[in-house]
Structures are given as structure tokens and as C-alpha cells.
Design a protein around this ligand. Structure first.
Ligand code: ZN
Ligand code: ZN
Length: 284
């Protein structure tokens, strides 16, 4: 895998390449361009959205991708910073997509799917029945599972430890077949959790939340409020033998301290580490 590079999406190749574009990397209350969580995974021509924060339509527009070009939306959990763009994206799909383009497939835990249906019912009641008709895959909330999203794209999920009100699934994308298989793993939001190591085992790229820094806030070193520190992320990356660790979802009070987060993780993990900004693209 190459180091993180930014390339305008128009320069993406048409071969079956694997690219992950960070659309939003911020925490729930992000500022200064760190809009909320969303990532665009492209495998060849297939476009898979990971989470769908409030600014999703603008985030996609900023990188030259139209909402109707999204094939699948995978949700980690129901919290607002990861889901509130869902109604707006679906509204766009209903009224602005070219004729004949259907709705994207929705992939989420049973718990998160229920929350998504609730959001749609409360905000787009007139269109709710149509939106609920979108193809969907409901995954177990509290146990590991897997689903083949497309030929050569296997999604495996593990329950992580975040919030009893918004259970989180870590997402692991296994792309291709061994020995040419590539793996990208996402923690979504999680506190310390043994399942992260299984989720990220031998991954090319682990996108791990690091809401806090143990160096900047030693009182939170063990993780707090269902979130991790860069130290915890580094330990997980080392235990899982990943190649590249991307630290995201840093608390707004720590903006500008990316180098501290990276150094903290580097004390635990000797692979590549980055703290990507929106627009950064990882190419495998
Ligand atoms: Zn979050
Ligand atoms: Zn959350």
C-alpha cells in the first residue's frame, strides 16, 4: 500500500483498484474542516459509503461524487454524527438522481437499521415507505457476522464497545482472494474492546477512532465515554499486525495536536501511522 496521497477523483483509474477517500474525519462536534465521519471506499467501479454524517451531500460534492453514484451505505452505529446525512442523501436520490437510478443498498445492524427507519419516519414521513423499500442487509447487533457485498468484496463485522444506546459494529472489508487479498477495517466509535484485534487482523489499513489522547488527558488513558485514545489504537494496531493505522474522530478540544496523537500511537505500534484530513485518499 502506498502512503496516503490525495488525488482528485477524476484521476481515479477505471481498473479494479481499491481506494479509500476520507470525506469526514471529525468527532461529533467537529470544526475547522473536520466534518463528521464518512469514508468512501471504491473497489473498481463499486462505491461503498461508510457512515453518513450530517454533511454527506456536501462532502460528496466536494470530491466530485454525486449521491446517485453510491451503491452501498454501511453504517457502524446510530449516533447522529454517523447517520444524520442519511435522510438528506436519500432525499437527493429520490428527487435529483437521473431517471432509472434506484436507491442504494443499506447495510447495518438490526439495532441501527431500526434507528435509521425512525429517522426517516420523523424527517421524511411522506417518502418513508419508498425509502424503506431500498435494498437492505440487516446484520446481528451483538455477534460477529459476514455478508458478501459483491463478487470479491466480503464484509465481516464484530460488535464493539461504544454505547448501549447505539451499539457499534466494526466493519472489515476483505477484497479479493488470498494471496492478493486486501483488508480495510473500521472501528467506527469504540472504547477498549478485544474484538478490535480480530476485526483488524493483518489489515492493510485500520481506520481507528482516537477521540482522546492519553498524553494530553492522562485521566482518560483507559478510554472513556465509549471512546479510545491514540495509545489504545496503537496497541490494537500492533496486536492485529496491521500495516497502516489511520487515527480519526479526535475530540474537538485536541484540534491541531495531530502530531501528539501520532507520537502516542507510535510508542505502541511501529507501522505507518497517519491522522488524515478530509480529501486524503488511501490507495491499495
Ligand atoms: Zn462518532
Ligand atoms: Zn458514536
Amino acid at each position: 500500500m502506498t502512503a496516503p496521497t490525495f488525488n482528485p477523483p477524476s484521476e481515479m483509474s477505471n481498473r479494479r483498484s481499491i481506494e479509500l477517500l476520507a470525506l469526514g474525519v471529525g468527532p461529533a462536534m467537529g470544526l475547522n474542516g473536520r466534518t463528521t465521519s464518512c469514508y468512501l471506499l471504491r473497489v473498481g467501479e463499486r462505491r461503498i459509503l461508510i457512515d453518513c454524517g450530517p454533511a454527506i451531500v456536501q462532502q460528496l460534492h466536494a470530491v466530485g461524487v454525486a449521491p446517485h453514484q453510491i451503491d452501498d451505505i454501511c453504517f457502524t452505529h446510530a449516533h447522529a454524527d454517523h447517520t444524520l446525512g442519511y435522510p438528506m442523501l436519500m432525499l437527493w436520490r429520490l428527487f435529483k438522481a437521473p431517471a432509472g437510478v434506484g436507491l442504494p443498498r443499506i447495510i447495518a445492524s438490526i439495532s441501527t437499521m431500526g434507528a435509521l427507519d425512525g429517522v426517516i419516519q420523523h424527517t421524511l414521513a411522506g417518502e418513508a415507505a419508498i425509502i424503506r423499500g431500498a435494498p437492505r442487509v440487516e446484520l446481528p447487533t451483538h455477534e460477529p457476522s459476514s455478508v458478501e457485498l459483491a463478487d470479491g468484496i466480503l464484509l465481516r463485522t464484530w460488535p464493539l464497545a461504544h454505547s448501549p444506546y447505539a451499539p457499534t459494529l466494526g466493519l472489515r472489508f476483505e477484497i479479493g482472494a488470498p494471496p492478493a487479498q486486501h483488508v480495510i477495517a473500521f472501528t467506527g466509535d469504540t472504547g477498549p474492546c478485544d474484538n478490535v484485534v480480530a476485526l483488524a487482523h493483518n489489515a492493510d489499513l485500520l481506520v481507528h477512532e482516537a477521540n482522546f489522547s492519553a498524553r494530553l488527558k492522562p485521566e482518560l488513558a483507559g478510554g472513556a465515554f465509549g471512546h479510545s485514545t491514540a495509545q489504545i489504537a496503537g496497541r490494537n494496531a500492533a496486536a492485529a499486525h496491521v500495516k497502516h493505522l489511520a487515527l480519526v474522530h479526535m475530540d474537538v478540544s485536541e484540534e491541531g495536536q495531530e502530531s501528539v496523537f501520532i507520537a502516542e500511537a507510535a510508542a505502541e505500534f511501529d507501522g505507518q501511522i497517519s491522522a488524515p484530513m478530509p480529501g486524503v485518499q488511501f490507495t491499495l
